[in-house]
Design a protein around this ligand. Structure first.
Ligand SMILES: Cc1ncc(COP(=O)(O)O)c(C=O)c1O
Length: 954
């Protein structure tokens, strides 16, 4: 988040290069909009270069005027930025400015260089040299203060910063306070920290936004609201999104209000309140969950020190990983299965020792098939796995969290089986991952496929509009089937980066069906908790917000108004689709589940997955959930995987904010460089928000991160309101204009340039910036694209024949794209009531019918036979047919195959189609078998009805 600020009383103009004044400004994006750290590094680097130039100019007698002006321009915003950081701190900053004012450019350059290097490499976290103002060996300024800073000799202790919010302390008081905290350091402390003090509410907020090193905030009583900097964007943000206006709060409430505001931005931070009045009284009516402790004055400085360390230690602690490390250290004799445990079968082998050397000893020493000895059991956790899961639940903002060790593919099946009973209706995006479709086959749930909007020109789907979902639910209500509706299952965000307005979707759906279960497949979204933007559009973030909303008096009043206006919802009322529906707060049951592939975006081994639960009915669901977990989880789960799920949580809580911010920032740099590059953009472009989200789903009108006039606030407002937004970290690079189809371009990048990616479409590839990416990765990719573009330019300008062929290829890739076929319908044989208006169907019966080859036949794709069957409505798929790409099932068992589907398949130029072999043809159910199964389906649904009647009577 970048919040434009101005020092109102100094020459420092802005903290960013964006100005908030111009009426029609150009794109206000600059590095740092999402990650202040990146902008800070860039600026220090530039300042170090300018300082060197200054030294050279001064020593050669050239004019330094222009360089000095540049130095001033760079230094002014840095002086502001650095007030929120403990490093380099006031002493070094004064030393730097002092040298500049004395025209001692070589000292200025030396200090600048030292700071720049320390910030870029992070060496200030571990090396005392980074903090030294003078030359090696000198002891002046900071050096004296640092006397015992790293004296323990232990430079490997993790470092963090503590933000202290305290009313206008003098520089001397700040220095003294810092010194007092340093005095408390002990060799046995697990971490080392430095304090940074700010004087106001607003600077408290800016501090946690700008300084990713902050892990804890100490709020002292009595401070002012307004910052010394003019921060227009921050002020609007506080007013609009946190309902905080300077006049609306009394100074005595600032502390708690600040804790809450910080909790909305970085919920993982520990907050401590120091009050001058009656601490016990304040403690008894604290309104903020994230305040860990409350202290009376500064009388307990050592207690505060210990609390700060303990708070961070709670997040640092990884109970399962710690225990596994301990286990690996112990001499253990194993008489169980798993010979690789302890590595003896490997390191004593004559033939497979290289296997051991490649992986190292620890992976074998940390292996066991036992669940004793403190290793706990994933299937029935009572010890450190349970603790690790509880910590993860807290970190990811849910009530329960379960570790999955077979990918989200399995987590999805667990969730579906746990929640869906045979015959239940599940509204599901047909474009969702195949694990859900298979989950529905296993559970016997009846899918009612809802369609995502197509992005035909890129051969991909977007997300499912709210109207479509409401319409399906209202139709079900009109048909009297609402009691059979169990679940809404959607992918958030999609592989290609479409992110739902989760809160709004859940709210309106709950207004129609107040006890529906939401399963959000967030396989691609494990990091969402650690970005304020993404969190508000995540399952757990939205659930938390709705829980708070429905408990408030304000919502009750809003609902009463709504009810007065709309009365009882008439499912046939046409206006309902255009009305923001509100649920009855007394009837609502919030039942929200999310599955995430931890391994896809956090530091976790492959297949690590979290199942997150926030369910008002958990009491009655945990039994079936356990059964489903037992059904799908191996009795030999991989210990390293469990450990990495534990460690991924630690990193996310302590570094997630910084790393996710950087991943977003990198994607924006990549977007800007490609789309604004005169040569690259001739052939390659990155799809913008507007290209991925049609205008009717973008009420804010937000088009692109780099469009004119866009600021942090524009983006935030769009994310707060639009039906869908594009996650910038999902970078769809359109390569059709360069004459490449997605698959061959992906192959070329991998083989020629060692660039790997995982998804393609007919004319695009999908790149993803992640927490592991660096500026160098982005620079390399841009260089490769520039090289390819240059080469294309050269070839095409030389040879007109080549140019004509190229144009034809481009046209075929970007114009002649096949229409994406919608889901047709289930064959009447697999519908409880073929006359029903709603389109749910039984997929399980045809799936198992196909187990008997006698029930099926194979028909060639390019045959008259299939056309005839299609024309008669007798072509019914016996299985799933899933082409990669695009990766969604174009046929499911029991689905009537239409001419559109056949046409799409005939045009499809991909080789990998699961469920279809060109040599044998499409597997369809024999028409004569459909009548029999119709009778079976009817009797099945009759028996469900009878059963229901019996249950009701009972
Ligand atoms: C939306 C979605 N859900 C689930 C999965 C499966 O996740 P995993 O690879 O962790 O099994 C994927 C895999 O790509 C996916 O795209």
């Amino acid at each position: 988040m970048k919040i434009a600020t101005q020092r109102s009383n100094s020459s420092a103009k802005t903290m960013s290069t964006q100005s908030s004044k111009t009426s029609k400004p150009p794109s206000r994006y600059s590095v740092g909009m999402f990650s202040a750290g990146e902008a800070r590094c860039d600026r220090w680097q530039e300042l170090a270069h300018a300082a060197q130039t200054l030294v050279a100019q001064a020593s050669s007698g050239s004019s330094t005027k222009e360089t000095l002006a540049a130095v001033e321009t760079l230094l002014a915003p840095l002086s502001v930025i650095e007030t929120f950081r403990a490093y380099p701190g006031e002493v070094m900053m004064s030393g730097l400015k002092d040298a500049l004012s004395r025209s001692d450019y070589s000292t200025f350059s030396r200090i600048t260089n030292r700071i720049a290097k320390a910030i870029i490499t992070g060496s200030y976290r571990r090396s005392v040299n980074a903090w030294k103002l003078g030359e090696e060996g000198e002891t002046e300024g900071n050096d004296r203060l640092l006397k015992d800073y790293f004296d323990t000799g232990d430079l490997t202790k993790p470092y963090f910063e503590v933000l202290i919010v305290s009313d206008d302390p003098t520089t001397e008081q700040v220095r003294q306070g810092r010194g007092e905290l340093r005095q408390l350091r002990r060799p046995e402390d697990p971490f080392v920290y430095e304090a940074v003090t700010v004087p106001s509410f607003e600077e408290g907020v800016i501090g946690v936004v700008m300084n990713a090193d902050v892990q804890a905030v100490v709020i002292k009583d009595n401070f002012r609201f307004k910052s010394q900097f003019d921060a227009p964007l921050l002020r609007t943000y506080l007013e609009q999104h946190l309902s905080l206006e300077p006049g609306s709060l009394e100074p005595k409430d600032y502390g708690v209000a600040l804790a809450r505001a910080i909790g909305k931005i970085r919920p993982e931070l520990d907050i401590y309140l120091i009050v001058d009045g009656a601490a016990e009284k304040v403690a008894s009516h604290l309104e903020s969950k994230n305040i860990r402790r409350i202290f009376y004055g500064l009388e307990d400085l050592m207690e505060i020190h210990l609390a700060l360390l303990e708070g961070v230690n709670q997040r640092y602690d990884t109970p399962y990983f710690n225990n596994l490390k301990n286990y690996a250290r112990r001499p253990v004799g194993t008489f169980h299965a798993l010979p690789v445990a302890r590595g003896k079968s490997i390191f004593n082998s004559h033939w497979i020792r290289d296997f051991g050397h490649f992986y190292g000893a620890n992976i074998f020493l940390a292996e066991s098939s036992a669940t004793t000895g403190g290793l706990d059991s994933l299937l029935e956790p009572t010890g450190n796995i349970r603790l690790a899961q509880e910590k993860a639940a807290r970190a990811f903002g849910c009530r329960e969290l379960f570790f999955g060790t077979n990918g989200t593919s399995t987590s999805n099946k667990i969730a579906v089986q746990a929640l869906v009973r045979p015959g239940d209706i599940v509204l599901v995006d047909r474009n969702c991952h195949k694990s859900h479709h298979y989950g529905l086959v296993l559970s016997g749930g009846q899918p009612l496929y809802v369609e995502a909007y197509p992005l035909t020109e890129y051969s991909m789907y977007g997300a499912v509009p709210l109207r479509t979902i409401k319409k399906a639910l209202l139709d079900l209500k009109a048909e009297g089937k609402l009691d059979r509706v169990r679940m809404l299952l959607l992918t958030n965000c999609t592989f290609d980066g479409h992110v739902y307005n989760v809160q709004r979707f859940m709210e309106e759906v709950l207004a129609i069906k107040p006890d529906i279960v939401f399963l959000w497949d967030e396989a691609w979204y494990a990091y969402s908790r650690f970005s304020q933007f993404h969190r508000m559009r995540s399952a757990m973030g939205a659930c938390e917000a709705l829980r708070e909303r429905y408990a408030s008096a304000a919502y009750r009043a809003e609902y009463a108004e709504f009810k007065k206006k709309h009365g009882k919802l008439d499912p046939k009322g046409a206006k309902l689709l255009d009305t923001h529906l509100l649920p009855d707060p007394d009837a609502v049951k919030l039942r929200v589940y999310a599955t995430t592939s931890t391994h896809k975006s956090l530091s976790c081994f492959r297949q690590g997955s979290y199942i997150m639960v926030n369910d008002d009915c958990w009491e009655s669901t945990q039994g079936p959930f356990k059964e489903a977990f037992f059904t799908h989880t191996s009795t030999s789960p991989n210990l390293q995987l469990i450990a990495s799920l534990d460690v991924a949580r630690r990193q996310a809580e302590l570094e997630g904010y910084e790393l996710v911010g950087r991943a977003i920032e990198l994607s924006l740099i990549l977007r800007r460089e490609v789309n604004k590059h005169p040569l690259i953009s001739k052939y390659f472009t990155i799809a913008t928000n507007a290209q991925m989200v049609p205008a009717e789903h973008r009420a804010s009108g937000f088009e692109d991160f780099h469009a004119d006039g866009v600021s942090w606030k524009t983006i935030y407002d769009a994310w707060a309101s639009d039906e869908f937004v594009l996650d910038p970290t999902r970078v769809t690079l359109l390569c059709g204009s360069a004459g490449f189809d997605g698959t061959s371009f992906k192959g070329m990048l991998a083989t020629k340039f060692d660039i790997q990616l995982n998804k393609t479409s007919r004319n695009s590839i999908l790149l993803q910036t992640n927490i592991n990416n660096t500026r160098s990765d982005v620079a390399y990719l841009i260089k490769v694209l520039a090289d390819i573009s240059r080469e294309l330019d050269r070839t095409l300008s030389k040879d007109p024949g080549e140019k004509a062929a190229f144009d034809a290829r481009v046209k075929s890739l970007i114009t002649d794209v096949p229409d994406l076929p919608n889901f047709s319908r289930f064959h009447d044989a697999f519908r409880s009531n073929p006359r029903s208006k709603t389109n749910e169907g039984d997929m399980r019966t045809p799936f198992f019918l196909a187990y008997d080859e006698d029930n099926c036949t194979h028909v060639k794709l390019n045959s008259k036979e299939i056309d005839d069957l299609v024309r008669r409505g007798q072509a019914v798929s016996a299985n799933f047919v899933i082409p990669y790409p695009p990766g969604f099932p174009i046929m499911v068992p029991g689905q009537v195959i239409t001419a559109e589907t056949i046409e799409f398949m005939r045009k499809l130029d991909v080789k990998e189609i699961h469920g279809y072999h060109a040599a044998t043809g499409l597997k369809v159910l024999k028409p004569q078998k459909l009548g029999a199964s119709r009778r079976k389906t009817a009797s099945h649904s009759r028996s469900r009805v009878t059963q229901k009647k019996r249950t009701r009577k009972g």
